[in-house]
Design a protein around this ligand. Structure first.
Ligand code: BDR
Ligand code: CA
Length: 318
């Protein structure tokens, strides 16, 4: 039986691959896509989610718009990585998939209320929507099987020395979700920097020869070009590791431990403190992904693109 999930995302080049993997893989039942401001302003991330669905022929999954701002402070989109509209570097088609009339929270609540089994939430952006859900709908928490989030890090950051973007963009939201008692998995930079988009990976995807694969290669090329400035010419494909881990737990090694997020100190705001001592101080509140089986991961991505090519538009749309 497939696993019911909701993807809560801020597309974002790598978020698009998380959507595609979830929509394509038969182990996953993608029930909804919700958007959050992060990589770009909410109008951009929402538009880009509709683009991701259009390109892949995903017409049966509702897409709803969520929070435009973090819980506190100002939104600071990741324009230096994702461009001004969060999907920089590409000519985007006009979406043929329409936005759901519900807002993100209503859609997630509807999915949770109507599902026969508990649903997995897969946030691949700041945790703002999920924190709102925890605060406004505590009665729905038992209907959430687990949360698998791309964010945080066991070590270095990518915005400041210690803070990863999704954690840095809304640390209070991350703290709320970590403290909620939900079964929480963190897929951080420490593992996503092992999902390197090497030349060989790009060549293999290009060789698939479909319009969606060509669009995918453009996404990857742009991502690699902006990461080149960060000293990583083979950029990391962060977000789809969450979905891959759900499909195949052997994709990553994990530990169960204590994670806290820094909200107070302005110098380290958004840093995730992962207790690696083996005897955590304070209750264990998270599973943390450590090491990636990159071969398994890329096989899942290629398989997804092949499956989607059969249902997506047969010709290029622009
Ligand atoms: C995370 O931040 C965004 O740039 C990516 O989409 C990913 O979710 C990596 O730090
Ligand atoms: Ca993201």
């Amino acid at each position: 039986m497939s696993i019911p999930i909701v993807i809560d995302c801020d597309p974002g080049h790598d978020d698009v691959f998380a959507i595609w993997l979830a929509a394509a893989n038969p182990a996953i039942d993608l029930r909804a896509i919700t958007t959050v401001a992060g990589n770009g302003r909410i109008e951009h991330t929402t538009h880009n989610a509709l683009v991701a669905c259009t390109v892949a022929g995903i017409h049966d999954v509702p897409v709803a718009q969520g929070a435009a701002e973090p819980l506190y402070g100002e939104l600071r989109p990741a324009e230096w990585i994702h461009g001004a509209n969060a999907l920089g570097g590409l000519t985007l088609p006009t979406p043929t998939v329409e936005l759901d009339e519900r807002d993100a929270l209503t859609l997630i609540a509807d999915v949770l209320n109507t599902s026969e089994e508990p649903v997995v939430l897969v946030p691949t952006g700041p945790l703002t929507n999920i924190a709102h859900l925890v605060q406004r709908h505590p009665e729905l928490l038992p209907k959430i099987q687990r949360v698998i989030w791309m964010g945080g890090s066991t070590g270095r950051g990518n915005v400041t020395a210690e803070a990863e973007f999704n954690a840095w963009a809304d640390p209070e939201a991350a703290a709320i979700v970590l403290g909620s008692g939900l079964d929480f998995t963190m897929v951080g930079l420490n593992i996503s920097h092992q999902a390197l988009i090497t030349r060989e990976v790009r060549a293999r995807i290009a060789a698939l020869g479909s319009p969606i694969a060509a669009f995918g290669v453009e996404l990857l090329e742009f991502f690699c070009s902006t990461y080149a400035f960060e000293g990583m010419p083979d950029g990391p494909l962060h977000d789809p590791i969450t979905v891959a881990l759900l499909i195949d737990p052997a994709v990553a090694t994990t530990i169960r431990t204590r994670v806290d997020v820094e909200c107070d100190d302005p110098r380290t705001r958004g840093a995730t403190r992962v207790d690696r001592s083996g005897s955590p101080q304070g209750p264990q509140n998270a599973t943390v992904a450590l090491d990636l089986d990159a071969k398994r991961f890329w096989s899942l991505i290629e398989d997804a693109l092949q499956r989607l090519a059969l249902r997506g538009p047969a010709a290029r749309w622009d």
